[in-house]
Design a protein around this ligand. Sequence first.
Ligand SMILES: [Zn+2]
Length: 281
Amino acid sequence: MELPGGLLRDGRLRRDYLFKTVTGEIERALAESGLNTRTLPEQVTRVLSCTLSEVAGFAVDEALCRSLSAGDRQFLVLQLEALIDASPRWITAVCAGCGEQLQFQIVPGSLPMKPAGEGYPEREISLSIGEVSLRVPNGGDEEFVSTLDSGSRFPLSELLFRLLRSQEQPVEVDRLNDADLEALDQVLDDMSPQAGVAASIECPHCNLQQEAAIDPYAWIVRETASLDLDIHNLAFHYHWSEKDILQLPRARRERYLQLIDRSLGKYRADDLVQGLQGGAW
Ligand SMILES: [Zn+2]
């Protein structure tokens, strides 16, 4: 898998990336990523910086995660979700036609991605004020916008001020007209990589075909709630230290937990059912 956008390195776009092995330590860092971060974009920076091992051959830190385009960050968060737990998950939505609750399943990591378009990550564009260069928003811009006062009157102007340059100089965004804004919007749309964050579903009650929104970041909040319980169970049965348990890859931790369950007889009912289906009885 490659990033849908990528990072420029020595004038060349590179799309390679590598996650660390998911251990309890990584999950603990994920679980605590919301502490001391004020907004979701800041939390995403924290999450990516503690789970990625390298991007485009660069070692990863928070500054690098801020320099990734918004679309690449979204892609990486979705890939990380699949890496941690690839089992399908249920999404609940409300039908736009009849108001009934709809449930559908998606498989983590399977959402379609629109790759970056021509000129990514920065491209020249002709506006009424002359030639300017426009770059796609990155994590730093997302963090900036998310921490603006909710009373800020011109968040779009403040964002454009960061994205536009005219011969390396800032652009007077107040002078842009409606046609300029429309052109900028169009170029950003073409140039930016983006995850498909809606699923096409049909309501079984009223048959309305509709797009249901999917929140690519919802799992960050939900994930890892059970980590403390896992640590408790393993420490209780094997007498391992918390540090040792946190260093286990997730798959091995789950395997040990299954073995504990098995030795406690929790699988007896399942075994009986399987025996019946197999005709052994
Ligand atoms: Zn309906």
